[in-house]
Design a protein around this ligand. Sequence first.
Ligand code: DGL
Length: 355
Amino acid sequence: MKNKSRLKVVLFVLMIILSAQITLAAFDLPRVVILTTGGTIAGTGGSEVGAGYTSGSISGDELIGAVPELLNLAEIRTEEISNIGSQDMNDSIWLKLACRINELFSSGECDAVVVTHGTDTMEETAYFLNLTVHSGNPVVLVGSMRPSTAISADGSMNLYNAVSVAGSKVSENRGVLVVMNDKIFNARDVTKTNTTNVDTFDNPNGGPVGYVNFGDVFFYSSSEKKHTCESPFLLNGIDKLPRVEIIYGYSNNSRLFVDAAINGGVDGLVYAGVGNGNVYSDTMEGLKDAMKNGISVVVSSRTGSGRVDNGETDFKNLGMVTADNLNPQKSRVLLMLSLMKTKNTEEIQSFFDEH
Ligand code: DGL
């Protein structure tokens, strides 16, 4: 009888020690909020090997429920921002997302944010957040190329790695990051390069800034361009962004789409020129008319890598802005944000030089 009660006391003390350790361990963990927007990472398909599936069909809690190991990495909670395929990403979701992240950091509610996102337009959202989130706390975008129901689905490991990167101190003050397939990219330079391959993300001008292997995080470089805390683009009170369209260059081009943009009353145009940004002559006449109509024109390139600057064409003398090595879809994001502040070509050019 005596032995029994002694055993009870020992067990009781052990339970208290154990639960204190668990509480302390949880206290040490970084607080990560996962904001879900949809995409394949939240998608399910009818077959384990079929290419067909529906994006954005499972909730954030189901997503983390499938990767219980995440709870060893961070104190996690989820919030849904949207549940769409990222081909449907739009300005109002961007504004909601950026405002929520700024709010989470300024209120001190969390240490880092992970955004789950479809891969199609992930790079644009990442770059938008890179310029509109004003905090050094880590923000990491992640997605998957295969739905959760596929054989060898990539979402669980990508999410595990993304939470590891977000929760790591070495990820602070690096701007918004994208984690896919064990690689870490900066938001400005990353782009989707393949329609279906799991190794689709790359920075064609310089490669990843780091790697993450089963949650171990290694950085090797960082972007020289301004972002987050150094970015001048504030969204306070903004509920609508300037309208900027992209026009693609090719042989035997015309001014048809430039005229449509002028008639449609756009604020800005990005021209994805051939080679070093070169423009078909009829299209160039259209772009000159667009500028006479007060439309700002940025010249980028359809080549996928390399800088656009004055070369064969003296763009700056014509009143156009050159995109540096920013691709057309990212140039659109930066022109939209620039036009919130100015219509002056030199000032817009300096935003493109610095960001
Ligand atoms: N519909 C695409 C999207 O949400 C699927 C691609 C993906 O998420 O991998 O971006």
